[in-house]
Design a protein around this ligand. Structure first.
Ligand SMILES: NC(=O)c1ccc[n+]([C@@H]2O[C@H](COP(=O)([O-])OP(=O)(O)OC[C@H]3O[C@@H](n4cnc5c(N)ncnc54)[C@H](OP(=O)(O)O)[C@@H]3O)[C@@H](O)[C@H]2O)c1
Length: 291
């Protein structure tokens, strides 16, 4: 007699689900009764997020995992298999940013951003998308940003990483269009989470000018857009306006402007002098010399 394989139960896997936007998306999915697998490093954050998921009506599993580990996607795959789950929806929400000139920020921290925002997101997507296509349902929801619409001096690598997320996700959306699977990029403006404080972005003039949205609002818009098969979701009117302006303005105008709005006078000078920008290349004397 042939053993019948037990049916795998479909799960929403939220990578970066211990706090912020990922945690809010997990709650929206849980409100629909989903099985949610929360993945992040902090055990405490995961436990709190899991109790939210249960309170919202979902079933919760947690996997403490550092996505920078080379075998992260395999370990997630093994965890799902051991619990009789299939990744029906993958939410890639883990990511971080760093503000400052690229020549002054630690190289390891900048490469870590490439590793998390680009490599880990790509690894997870490539790992789970083929299974979704084979089953003919589900999809991937990738967290981009309005930063993905333009180069961003003084946060150069973060903006570049989000341009990658948007380009990759939009192209995949097209590739799987006829398979019953969807890939959506959600590109929010500033959202009130720990991200703004940790990245230093919250202290830059640009982020002070732009209105901040709540993570619950962003999550609800992202989930709704994903469920309706949208290629790109930009939550909120102000973010839509910024994305439009950022896509339309010539680089000669927008890039220096963003650079100025993301620099603080106390930042280290990009010239490598070790002085602050204000004391060095940003001083009146230096500006007079350049004129
Ligand atoms: N907040 C904003 O203003 C904003 C705007 C646009 C786009 N975004 C994007 O939205 C996404 C989520 O941002 P957020 O605001 O929710 O940030 P957040 O509050 O800092 O949450 C980041 C999540 O990623 C997880 N994470 C970070 N490093 C990890 C690692 N090495 N391994 C596993 N998990 C890791 C964190 O959990 P642990 O620390 O427990 O591991 C946490 O769950 C990011 O991609 C961000 O770029 C944010």
């Amino acid at each position: 007699m042939i053993d019948k394989q037990p049916e795998l139960r479909p799960a929403v896997v939220v990578v970066g689900g211990s706090r912020g936007i990922g945690r809010a998306i997990a709650n929206v999915a849980a409100g629909e009764g989903a099985i949610v697998v929360l993945v992040a490093r902090s055990q405490e954050g995961l436990a709190a997020a899991a109790s939210d998921v249960r309170a919202a009506g979902g079933e919760a599993f947690v996997l403490p995992l550092d996505l920078l580990a080379a075998d992260a996607s395999t370990r997630l795959q093994d965890f799902l298999a051991a619990n009789g789950l299939a990744c029906e929806v993958l939410v890639n929400s883990a990511g971080y940013g760093l503000r400052g000139a690229a020549t002054t920020l630690p190289i390891a921290d900048q490469l870590g951003m490439v590793d998390l925002n680009i490599r880990a997101l790509t690894d997870m997507t490539l790992h789970f998308l083929p299974g979704m296509v084979a089953r003919g349902r589900g999809g991937v929801l990738n967290l981009g940003s309005i930063a993905g619409f333009t180069p961003g001096p003084n946060m150069a690598l973060y903006y570049a990483s989000k341009a990658f997320v948007r380009s990759f996700s939009e192209a995949l959306h097209q590739e799987v269009a006829s398979t019953g699977v969807t890939v959506t990029c959600v590109a929010p403006g500033p959202v009130s989470t720990e991200f703004l404080e940790k990245s230093g972005a919250g202290r830059a003039a640009l982020f002070k000018i732009l209105p901040k949205l709540g993570s619950d609002y962003v999550a609800e818009r992202a989930w709704r857009g994903f469920k309706s098969g949208r290629r790109l979701v930009v939550p909120g009117l102000s973010a839509k306006l910024v994305a439009f302006v950022a896509s339309s303005l010539p680089s000669a105008i927008k890039v220096p402007l963003i650079g100025r709005l993301q620099r603080r006078s106390g930042d280290l000078c990009p010239c490598g002098s070790g002085k602050t920008f204000k004391e060095c290349c940003g001083s009146r004397r230096a500006r007079r010399g350049a004129a």
